[in-house]
Design a protein around this ligand. Structure first.
Ligand code: SF4
Length: 315
C-alpha cells in the first residue's frame, strides 16, 4: 500500500473511486477492468489539464534555465508550453489513447486524455482559448515576480517534481513537491505552483508538514528550521510562505496513522484479488460522480469480464 495526501482525499471523496484508481488500475494486468481503470486514471477534466500543462511547462521549460545558471527566456518557455498544450489537445482529440499499441511512455509529454474527448464531446473553441490565455497569464505573472525569481536563481541543486517517500507503519508515504532547491547556507526551499482553486483544500499545514517530514527523514537535514515552503499562486501572482511548525510533526503522524487505519479496515492487504467492489461505498454527492474519471466503468462494471479471483477463494 502507498499513501499520499491525494490518495487520502480520494478515499474520503469516494471509496469506489479509490478502488479503481488506487487498487485496480494496472496497465500490465490481463484483467480488462484493471487496464481500463489504468487508462481512465490518466483522464483529466479541463481545469486539471490546464494545471498539469502549467506544471509540466515550468518543469520542462523553466527549471532547466535555473539548473544551467542562465537567465530565463520567458517567451521561449511560454511558447514551448503552449506548443505542448496543443500537442496534448490534438492527441486527445484524435482519441489516440484508445488506439492499440499506444502507450504513455512511448508518447511521453504528448499523451493526454481529456474527459470531453473520452465522452465524445467537443470542446468549444472559446473554452480552449480561455485555457491558453490562463496559461499565458500564469507564465507572465511568474515572470514578473522578479524578487522571487532572483531568489530561485543561483543555487547548486534543483529537484523538480522529485519523488520523496518514507516508510511509516509498513506503508510507503509519498510526496512530490514541485520544486526543491538547496541554498548555500544549508536551508532547503520547497515550492508548490498553485493554479486557481486547487489551493482550496484547506490543509496547507498538512501538505507543508508532510514535505518537511519526508525531507527530515530522507534527506540529511537535522534542523527543521532550515526548511522553507512557498506556495506560488500563479493566476493571482501571489506568493505565500507557509512556515513549518515542528510541533506539527506529531499531528501529521497521527493524521497519517488514522488515515492508514481507515483504509486498511476496508482494503485489508490492499491486493486487488482480495477486494470485493461491493464493499466500497459510492460517493455521497452526485457532483462527485459528474467529475469522476471512472463514471462509466463504475456504472457498467458488472458487464465487464473479470479474471477469476482464484487465489483468494481457494483458501
Ligand atoms: S462514479 Fe461516483 S461512485 Fe463511481 S467511482 Fe466515481 S465518484 Fe465514485
Amino acid at each position: 500500500m502507498k499513501w499520499s495526501l491525494s490518495a487520502h482525499r480520494t478515499f474520503r471523496r469516494c471509496q469506489r473511486q479509490y478502488y479503481f484508481g488506487n487498487i485496480a488500475a494496472n496497465h500490465r494486468a490481463r484483467d480488462k477492468i484493471r487496464k481500463e481503470a489504468y487508462l481512465l486514471r490518466q483522464m483529466k477534466q479541463l481545469s486539471a489539464w490546464k494545471g498539469s500543462i502549467i506544471h509540466e511547462g515550468i518543469n520542462k521549460f523553466v527549471i532547466p534555465y535555473l539548473k544551467e545558471g542562465r537567465s530565463i527566456d520567458w517567451s521561449v518557455a511560454l511558447s514551448n508550453t503552449l506548443d505542448l498544450a496543443s500537442k496534448q489537445y490534438h492527441f486527445s482529440k484524435a482519441h489516440k489513447f484508445r488506439q492499440p499499441g499506444i502507450t504513455k511512455s512511448a508518447y511521453n509529454g504528448e499523451y493526454c486524455i481529456l474527459a470531453e474527448h473520452e465522452r465524445n464531446q467537443e470542446i468549444p473553441e472559446d473554452i480552449l482559448e480561455n485555457i491558453y490565455e490562463e496559461i499565458r497569464t500564469c507564465f507572465n505573472n511568474l515572470s514578473f515576480q522578479r524578487e522571487l525569481i532572483s531568489f530561485f536563481e543561483g543555487h547548486k541543486s534543483y529537484y523538480a517534481e522529485h519523488f520523496l517517500s518514507h516508510s511509516f507503519d509498513g506503508v510507503q508515504i509519498k510526496a512530490v513537491p514541485d520544486l526543491i532547491f538547496t541554498r548555500s547556507h544549508g536551508s532547503t526551499s520547497v515550492v508548490d505552483w498553485k493554479i486557481e482553486q486547487d489551493y482550496s483544500h484547506g490543509d496547507h499545514r498538512l501538505q507543508v508538514a508532510l514535505y518537511a517530514w519526508v525531507l527530515l527523514n530522507k534527506w540529511d537535514i537535522s534542523n527543521p528550521d532550515k526548511i522553507e515552503l512557498y506556495e506560488a499562486q500563479l493566476l493571482e501572482g501571489n506568493i505565500i510562505r507557509h512556515d513549518f511548525v515542528p510541533s506539527m510533526l506529531e499531528e501529521l503522524e497521527d493524521f497519517i496513522f488514522q488515515s492508514i487505519t481507515e483504509i486498511r479496515s476496508l482494503c485489508g492487504d490492499h491486493k486487488y484479488e482480495s477486494q470485493n467492489l461491493d464493499d466500497f461505498q459510492f460517493a455521497k454527492s452526485a457532483n462527485t460522480c459528474a467529475y469522476c474519471s471512472f463514471l462509466r466503468l463504475c456504472r457498467e462494471v458488472k458487464k465487464w469480464e473479470r479474471e477469476p479471483r482464484h487465489l483468494i477463494f481457494l483458501k
